[in-house]
Ligand binder design. Structure first.
Ligand SMILES: NC(=O)c1ccc[n+]([C@@H]2O[C@H](COP(=O)([O-])OP(=O)(O)OC[C@H]3O[C@@H](n4cnc5c(N)ncnc54)[C@H](OP(=O)(O)O)[C@@H]3O)[C@@H](O)[C@H]2O)c1
Length: 303
């Protein structure tokens, strides 16, 4: 329905008023030596070499679920490209350990524990990041859970509530908390979904539903926040060798079925998910928003 993809008139009218206010505010900001908001919409890369567009020096990135697995690889990639990275997961000792390893490798990082399903801890994650680094440019909503493997009809409501809370509600609310800080300079939200968010498998129904919802959250963020120079995109991994998916890749029969149909004939390593995030986080991806990108060895075109 085309009309639903347009902003309602009332909002447009309010925007006109806001634009007027913004012009006034921009004037005030300019006199305070701050960039006007509209500058976020200009390409920032005019005189940069293409290689340097990947450089994240001066940027601050939060990666949820980055004590191990895909999140850890993403965090390392961002830090190696110059970003100051907030390592986050539920356990403080685990994130401290990763931050220490990064520092020993001359990468900038701090560890801030956060159970993303907990409202107070989400607020603390953003507050402590601002206290430590003073800005937020990149948010990678990577942490997720899958507490249930089985047919839809045998899942309990409490499992549904738990998985929706962590996989959907938390990325929505954490992104909202980061928004006011990203508005200052523009930013990039990267939501880690799954091929299961696009194509249903067996016994992963609830997880699939949450990963589909995350894709639509990201598209709506892209549509609503583009005006602030904030981009939002989704990455959909295939089968990656991490703790999360161990029950799948340690099952020889299942792996044989998977590698039999997937064009690249193998399961992936976590580091193979980091490159696409480097692109989406940086100026190299400055015109990319609302996109859904697979890194699945061709799984979705198999069969
Ligand atoms: N592995 C795959 O095959 C695959 C495929 C498609 C998509 N994905 C997606 O990729 C993302 C990362 O998965 P992964 O395979 O890298 O998993 P993983 O190796 O198990 O790592 C998960 C990370 O998230 C943290 N975490 C778990 N629950 C959390 C919570 N409630 N709050 C904050 N942090 C939490 C874990 O640390 P703590 O336990 O210490 O909190 C850990 O750092 C997920 O969104 C997953 O759905 C994975």
């Amino acid at each position: 329905m085309y009309f639903l993809s347009q902003e309602p008139r009332a909002i447009n009218e309010q925007r006109t008023t806001n634009n007027h206010q913004r012009t006034t505010n921009n004037h005030q900001r300019t006199t305070n030596n701050e960039l006007p908001l509209t500058d976020n919409l200009q390409p920032t890369t005019k005189k940069m070499s293409i290689k340097s567009k990947f450089d994240l020096t001066g940027k601050v990135a939060i990666v949820t679920g980055s004590s191990k697995g895909i999140g850890l690889s993403i965090a390392r990639g961002l830090a190696e490209n110059g970003a100051k990275v907030v390592i986050s997961s539920r356990k403080q000792d685990a994130v401290d350990e990763v931050a220490k390893e990064f520092k020993e490798a001359s990468l900038e990082a701090i560890g801030i524990a956060c159970h993303i399903g907990d409202a107070e801890q989400r607020e603390q994650l953003v507050t402590k990041t601002m206290e430590a680094y003073g800005r937020i440019d990149v948010l990678v909503n990577n942490a997720a859970i899958n507490p249930f493997y089985g047919p839809l009809e045998s899942a309990g409501e409490e499992v549904f509530d738990k998985i929706m809370n962590v996989n959907v509600k938390a990325p929505w609310l954490l992104s909202n908390l980061a928004l006011p800080h990203m508005k200052a300079n523009g930013g990039s939200v990267i939501n880690i979904s799954s091929v299961e968010g696009i194509h249903p498998g067996f016994r992963l129904g609830l997880y699939s539903m949450t990963k589909s919802a995350l894709i639509m959250l990201s598209k709506n963020q892209a549509k609503e926040w583009g005006r602030y120079g904030i981009r939002s995109n989704v990455v959909c991994p295939g089968l990656i060798k991490t703790k999360f998916s161990e029950s799948l890749w340690s099952d020889e029969k299942l792996v044989a079925q998977y590698t039999g149909v997937v064009p690249l004939k193998r399961v992936a390593e976590p580091d193979e998910m980091a490159g696409i995030v480097m692109l989406l986080a940086s100026d190299a991806g400055s015109y990319m928003t609302g996109g859904v990108y697979t890194a699945d060895g061709g799984y979705l075109i198999s069969g």
